[in-house]
Design a protein around this ligand. Structure first.
Ligand code: ADP
Length: 388
């Protein structure tokens, strides 16, 4: 195994989340943080493992500048360890990329052809790969795909009822948040070994939100489909929408594709419904009826999808909550499980309010697991280093 450090990058259009690990069979986290406002006035923040966060104003910075700054400021923690691997979160692996992949020119060319399938994520993910290859030419670059965990779905759950040539062109139900589901599935085998091989539903509820039905450790259904818009309503994304609404927006409201994209990705979901914010904490604190209604819609859709997933799985052996809302919002978990004793769900409110790992007192365990997508990427990168 190479000794040194692993950098994990999760790059968006205007921000880069990062984590740095000491390489090893089980990578050990040294620090994590993010750069926000990439462009004119970037800001670098370290979360600090002991709550000792710090921040630095970077001024004008693109992906490359930000990467150098991250490493520069992290050098204290690196303590002369060379950076030997960079692991990247990549939104879309299409049909072919079903596991972590070493990134080289040929692979990157193929991944760029998937840009149209994830226009708001993939180009930024790949821009970070380009920057990391320039800044760290001796480190191996590994891509980990949000779609990969779901690639084994049965055909009926992989297709839309469109003429078949669209399926061949890649118009399929891919599913996302796969790195989070992979982490939680792995963590379940230690926190709930008796059910981890059974029928599990995981609700990843953050700014982005989705649910995944898992049987024997493998994804069999996801609420997200072709894009990261489908399924549950999210902070600013609409979730499931009758395609007739799109026709109406185009034909009657005369909206352009760009305007519709902006509406569905940035102005809808909790923000659009409440007219206030995408932030669940603010919605819960708000006295506005619209804020309450946005929460009610969010909970209603989760319950509906939970029912559908139980039908797909033929029952339920455990329900897991993760993501910023799933891990922290006790009232949302209560709302989701209320009246669900027909599938054995019953919440212990004392444990629930403390965000304990096990929050149920009924037949079916309800668990809270803090997800860690960066660790999944670090582990995959470490595995490549083992064989390098
Ligand atoms: P992302 O998808 O951007 O990674 P997160 O997983 O960090 O998002 O989740 C962000 C969401 O979690 C926000 O809506 C935030 O309000 C919510 N959240 C975080 N802490 C709490 C809390 N204590 N109570 C309710 N909601 C919370």
């Amino acid at each position: 195994m190479s000794t040194g450090a692993i950098l994990v990058l999760n790059a968006g259009s205007s921000s880069i989340k990062f984590a740095i690990y000491e390489a090893g069979t089980e990578p050990s986290e040294l620090t994590r943080g993010f750069v926000e406002n990439l462009g004119p006035a970037a800001l670098l923040k370290f979360e600090g493992l002991n709550g000792d966060g710090e921040q630095h104003e970077l001024g004008a910075a693109d992906h490359s500048v930000a990467l150098c700054e991250i490493l520069d400021h992290a050098s204290r923690m690196l303590q002369q360890r060379p950076l030997v691997g960079v692991g990247h979160r990549i939104a879309h692996g299409g049909i072919d990329f079903t596991g972590p992949t070493r990134l080289d020119d040929e692979i990157l060319t193929r991944l760029r052809t998937l840009n149209p399938l994830a226009p708001l994520h993939q180009p930024h993910n790949l821009a970070a790969v380009d920057a990391a290859r320039t800044v760290f030419p001796y480190a191996i670059q590994i891509g980990c795909f949000d779609t990969a965990f779901h690639r084994g779905h049965p055909w009926v759950n992989d297709t839309f009822a469109l003429p078949r040539h669209y399926y061949k062109k890649g118009v399929r139900r891919y599913g996302f948040h796969g790195l989070s589901y992979q982490y939680v599935t792995g963590a379940l085998s230690s926190s709930a070994p008796d059910v981890s091989n059974g029928r599990i539903v995981i609700a990843h509820l953050g700014n982005g939100a989705s649910m995944c039905a898992i049987r024997e450790g493998r994804s069999v259904a996801s609420t997200m489909g072709f894009s990261a818009l489908d399924g549950l309503p999210m902070g600013t994304r609409c979730g499931q929408l009758d395609p007739g609404v799109l026709l109406y927006l185009m034909n009657q409201e005369k909206m352009t594709p760009d305007q519709i994209e902006n509406l569905l990705y940035h102005e809808s979901g909790l923000k659009g419904l409440s007219g206030l914010t995408n932030d669940m904490r603010m919605l819960e604190a708000s006295p506005l009826p619209e804020a309450r209604q946005a929460i009610d819609y969010f909970v209603f859709r989760i319950r509906r999808e939970l029912g559908a997933m139980c039908a797909v799985l033929g029952g339920l052996d455990a329900l897991v909550f993760c993501g910023g809302i799933g891990e922290n919002a006790a009232s949302i978990r209560t709302g989701v499980c209320a009246g669900m004793d027909w599938i054995g769900l019953s919440i212990d409110e004392t444990r629930n309010r403390s965000n304990e790992p096990l929050i149920s007192n009924g037949k079916t365990p309800v668990l809270v697991i803090n997800t860690d997508e960066e660790r999944v990427i670090a582990r995959s990168t470490a595995e490549f280093l083992c064989t390098a």
